[in-house]
Design a protein around this ligand. Structure first.
Ligand code: UDP
Ligand code: MG
Length: 216
């Protein structure tokens, strides 16, 4: 039974998957073994490129990897939910595939959960240099609205490098809304919430799948 489940939504990420898997496997194999074994669950969210085949090839070589295949594109948060339904670990980490979230930060998030927090959000540092104003301004608006509507003041609601206790994931799975915004939903079920500073890079390859309209 794995202790840590890492969840990654994938939509047309063929150019990023080799480096992502290389870095992820190094971090997980180096930090989690024995009693604290790991698994990775990739959801292929209806990719039209080679992503799904690449993920299946990885899973064929590493039994700790599972692939959830969607019939079409449903969006990042639905893709994460598809993987949540399969997690076996006590601690669950989500991460983007484009290497904007460094996999090397995973042990730091897990350590924070082990301190007794049930939701741990990454707080992206150095964001302003790496993302365009067109991408950071909508995020600022989303952050402000989420803060107001959920009553939880977090610095960074948009960072998907996050960790959850299994209980919070199970509570989220009981929610049947189809368009959940996971960071806000998680906070409504959390008792103790923390944020930890995490690195943030430019998207390694390909384009953002978001525009102002999808964010809204
Ligand atoms: N993603 C997905 N389905 C979508 C859009 C995005 O699974 O419809 C995945 C994408 O492959 C990546 C993550 O969600 O792993 C974040 O997407 P993106 O980097 O495009 O978002 P941004 O960083 O611009 O917010
Ligand atoms: Mg991205």
């Amino acid at each position: 039974m794995p202790y840590l489940s890492v969840v990654v939504p994938i939509y047309n990420e063929q150019a990023n998957i080799p480096q992502l898997w290389d870095r992820l496997a190094t971090v997980l194999r180096g930090n989690f073994q024995g009693e604290r074994d790991w698994e990775v669950i990739f959801t292929d969210d209806g990719s039209k490129d080679m992503s799904l085949k690449m993920l299946i090839d990885i899973a064929a070589q590493e039994p700790r990897v599972k692939v959830v295949e969607f019939n079409r594109n449903y969006g990042q948060h639905s893709a994460i939910f598809g993987a949540f339904a399969q997690v076996e670990g006590q601690v669950v980490v989500t991460l983007d595939a484009d290497l904007q979230n460094p996999p090397e930060e995973i042990p730091k998030l897990v350590a924070k959960v082990e301190e007794g927090y049930d939701v741990v959000g990454g707080w992206r540092q150095g964001r302003m240099q790496n993302d365009s104003l067109l991408r950071t301004l909508p995020s600022k608006i989303v952050n402000a609205v989420t803060r107001k509507t959920t009553g939880v003041a977090l610095n960074d609601y948009g960072c998907m490098l996050r960790a959850y206790s299994r209980d919070v994931v199970e509570a989220m799975l009981l929610c049947k809304e189809r368009h959940s915004f996971i960071p806000a939903l998680a906070n409504s079920f959390a008792k103790r919430i923390a944020e930890v500073p995490v690195g943030h890079a430019e998207r390694a390859a390909g384009d953002s799948k978001y525009n102002l309209w999808r964010l809204i």
